[in-house]
Ligand binder design. Structure first.
Ligand code: SF4
Length: 118
């Protein structure tokens, strides 16, 4: 009887431990997502005078791209449609993996554009 009670108590402790572990992991994942979104919103906007932005012909409005300089550009190409854009759907600005630490305009464009897979 004593042994059964001890096993039962051990099982209960193990169950409580597992519940806490699952809750802790969920809370950690949620806080990582929330912090990531807050950081993305806080990123400074990429400026047109940034050296890399200039080199890649970045503009904040894809309709303003120099067609003579970038003949393969089309107005349908913008940051929101680019594989490198990390912003959430509908956001005005978002991170771009080509410009770490900066946010680019969702309607912007640069010559690094790569269409998202259909
Ligand atoms: Fe926009 Fe893509 Fe250029 Fe980044 S790489 S600035 S998302 S077009």
């Amino acid at each position: 009887m004593m042994t059964t009670r001890t096993i039962s108590q051990t099982s209960e402790s193990r169950r409580q431990f597992l519940q806490l572990a699952v809750f802790g992991a969920g809370a950690a994942a949620l806080s990582t997502v929330l912090i990531g979104k807050a950081r993305a919103a806080d990123l400074p906007h990429l400026t047109l005078d940034d050296a890399t932005a200039k080199a890649l012909g970045y503009v904040e409005d894809t309709t303003k791209v120099d067609a003579a300089k970038y003949p393969n550009h089309t107005p349908a190409q913008d940051c929101a449609a680019c594989s490198f854009y990390q912003g959430t759907a509908g956001s005005e600005y978002g991170p771009c993996t080509l410009f770490p630490g900066k946010a680019v305009h969702s309607k912007g464009w640069c010559s690094g554009f790569v269409a998202k897979p259909a």
